[in-house]
Ligand binder design. Structure first.
Ligand SMILES: [Zn+2]
Length: 280
C-alpha cells in the first residue's frame, strides 16, 4: 500500500507527508478494511481486544481443520461459491469444499512450522462425522484438552461466500486471555470481536479460530486451479507460520532488556524473530 502511494507522488515532501498520514492512520486502525490481494475482504466488525499473554517458545501448537468431524450434520462448513453458485463439482464428494481446503492448509502449516523449528503438530479426527460434539475424539475435545494442558490450539477455516460470510480474521480463544500469537494473527488477517455470534463453540473450548478468507473469487479460483494450488496453499501456510513466530516468546519491550544494543526491537522483523525461535 505505502510503496504504491509513494510511486504516485514524485515530490519527496509530499511523499513524506502522505507517509506520515498513512502511519498515523495505521496507528489508529491497525487492521485496514481494504481487500487483501489473495485472501479478499477482511472482517470489518469493530473489535477492541488485544492479545497480550506471552507464549513461551516451547509451548506446543496444535492445528485443527475446521468442520473436520461435522460433515453431513449442522456445522459442516461452506461448500464455497464455485460449487454453490458456479455449479462446480466438489473437490471431494465426501466433504464440503471448506474442509478439503482446511485440511490442506492445516497440513501445510504444520509442515512449514516444523521445518522452521516450531513445536507444532496437527490432529485429524479420522471420522468425517462425529455426532456428539463432546465425544473425546472431536476437534473441539482434543483442542480443549490441549489448551487446558497449556498449549495453543488453532482451528483453520474459510468463511462463507457473499454476505453469508464476514471475511478473513482471527477469533481468539475465550477460555483464557488472548495471547500474542492471537494478536499477531489478528494484525495479519483481521480481528473479529471477542464474542462473535455469542461466542462460538471452538473459542469457548480454548481454541482460536482463523478465518483465512471467504471461499469465493480469486482466492477460491487460485486454490481450485491445479496450476496455482500448491503455491497458494504454501503462501497461506507461510503467512500463518510467520505470524505465529512473531507472536512467540517474550514481548518486544521485555526482550529489549536482554537484546544486544544494536537489535531493533521497535520493528518486529520476521527474520529477527525466526533466529530467536530456531536458536531457542
Ligand atoms: Zn468454517
Amino acid at each position: 500500500m505505502i510503496p504504491r502511494r509513494l510511486a504516485l507522488t514524485p515530490a519527496l515532501l509530499v511523499a513524506g507527508l502522505i507517509l506520515s498520514v498513512v502511519i498515523a492512520t495505521a496507528a489508529k486502525a491497525p487492521h485496514p478494511q481494504e481487500e487483501d490481494p489473495l485472501t479478499g475482504v477482511r472482517v470489518t466488525l469493530s473489535a477492541s481486544w488485544m492479545g497480550r499473554a506471552t507464549t513461551s517458545e516451547d509451548k506446543e501448537i496444535l492445528v485443527l481443520a475446521g468442520h473436520g468431524d461435522s460433515q453431513g450434520i449442522e456445522g459442516a462448513g461452506t461448500s464455497g461459491a464455485a460449487v454453490d453458485r458456479g455449479g462446480a463439482r466438489p473437490m471431494n464428494p465426501h466433504m464440503r469444499d471448506e474442509l478439503f481446503w482446511n485440511r490442506r492448509v492445516r497440513d501445510a502449516v504444520v509442515r512449514t512450522g516444523q521445518a522452521r523449528g516450531l513445536n507444532i503438530r496437527s490432529y485429524e479426527p479420522d471420522q468425517l462425522t462425529i455426532r456428539n460434539e463432546d465425544d473425546p475424539r472431536t476437534n473441539w475435545s482434543v483442542g480443549r484438552r490441549h489448551h487446558d494442558a497449556g498449549g495453543y490450539a488453532l482451528e483453520i477455516h474459510f468463511d462463507a461466500y457473499g454476505n453469508h460470510g464476514v471475511g478473513s480474521g482471527l477469533i481468539p480463544n475465550l477460555r483464557s486471555p488472548a495471547t500474542r500469537i492471537d494478536e499477531s494473527l489478528a494484525l495479519n488477517f483481521g480481528r473479529y470481536p471477542l464474542n462473535f455470534r455469542g461466542g462460538l463453540g471452538a473459542p469457548r473450548r480454548g481454541i482460536s479460530i482463523l478465518e483465512i478468507g471467504k471461499l469465493e473469487g480469486q482466492l477460491e479460483r487460485k486454490l481450485r486451479d491445479p496450476q496455482s494450488r500448491n503455491a497458494v496453499v504454501a503462501a497461506l501456510a507461510l503467512r500463518i507460520v510467520e505470524a505465529i513466530e512473531l507472536g512467540i516468546g517474550e514481548a518486544p519491550a521485555t526482550r529489549k532488556l536482554s537484546s544486544p544494543p544494536d537489535a531493533d526491537d521497535s520493528v518486529p522483523q520476521a527474520t529477527d524473530h525466526r533466529t530467536n525461535v530456531v536458536g531457542g
